[in-house]
Design a protein around this ligand. Sequence first.
Ligand code: ADP
Ligand code: TRP
Length: 319
Amino acid sequence: MRVLSGIQPTGRFHWGNYFGAIRQYISLQNNDQAFYFIADLHALTTIRDADLLREYTREAAIDMLALGLDPSHATLFRQSDIPEVTELTWLLMTITNMSTLEKCHAYKDKKAKGLTADAGLFTYPVLMAADILLYDSNIVPVGADQVQHIEVTRDLAQRFNSIYSEVLVLPEASVLDQSAKVPGTDGEKMSKSYGNVIEIFEAPKKLRKKIMSIKTDSTPVEDPKDPDTCSVFTLYKLFASPEEQQALADRYRAGGMGYGEAKQQLYDAAMEYFSEARARREKLADNPATIDDILQQGAQVAREKGREVLDRVRSACGL
Ligand code: ADP
Ligand code: TRP
């Protein structure tokens, strides 16, 4: 059973990425054949600075490993290290209806805002389909916003199989639990595009400053407060045990505690939660050769599988 997913290196990972995606990828790594990749080709649709893309891609690999992705269980690789994926993209593109892509949200949203989209953004879902189909993937864990792309992938696989022969495996989406959307410093959904993120590996001083800047209401210190409507408490819940959550909730309700104190508790809890990952990250960052090795070995494993599937596809369509 192949589990596969990708994540775009469009910035440093934040708490939303961790609790909404990365943590769940890592929990699935013991599955027979987990493949995770850093979608740097997709990131080209938003990042047009070569040094920055290289940096984010590398940092993404280090972050995933520091957070617990274990290369002896899962294969980690860079999307762009597998040229077979772009060839499969072309082959799939020749059977993709324009109308299918016109309905896909990344393109549709941009167009609705009156912005001009390039062909890369328009065909983004086909590259994503190739990412999945190239490795005979069975299960694709993704956020709800990506389910549409998995449906396109299934459609393309079915279409290819019916036009040519049964060579592509139909994947299933496994929707990640993002029921509790992680709020950002302004209380809205945490997202790079809103500039409200708290990065997982932010330097302690900056982390504290960011946490102190989380928006709260103006209830005076002495008054009781409602934990359930407070972003600081929502974030604290991600890191704390049920008992710790209860203790802080009681202090909110009792009054006499300022938000500054709750924020300090959030800071302490977050530092504690990621302390092992931080230590691992420091070691990894000091060993660039290890990261290169892991990515190269990952690419080798992925390429071998990709080559086998691409050969099947090429032969099915007469190349
Ligand atoms: P961003 O919105 O910062 O650009 P991405 O779209 O690259 O983040 O997200 C990568 C993964 O992290 C996706 O699976 C996405 O659903 C998840 N994710 C991002 N932000 C949050 C959040 N605030 N809460 C839960 N999951 C999130
Ligand atoms: N489009 C996905 C996202 O933005 C990332 C991605 C690219 C992906 N290729 C994939 C996810 C293949 C799963 C499978 O989150």
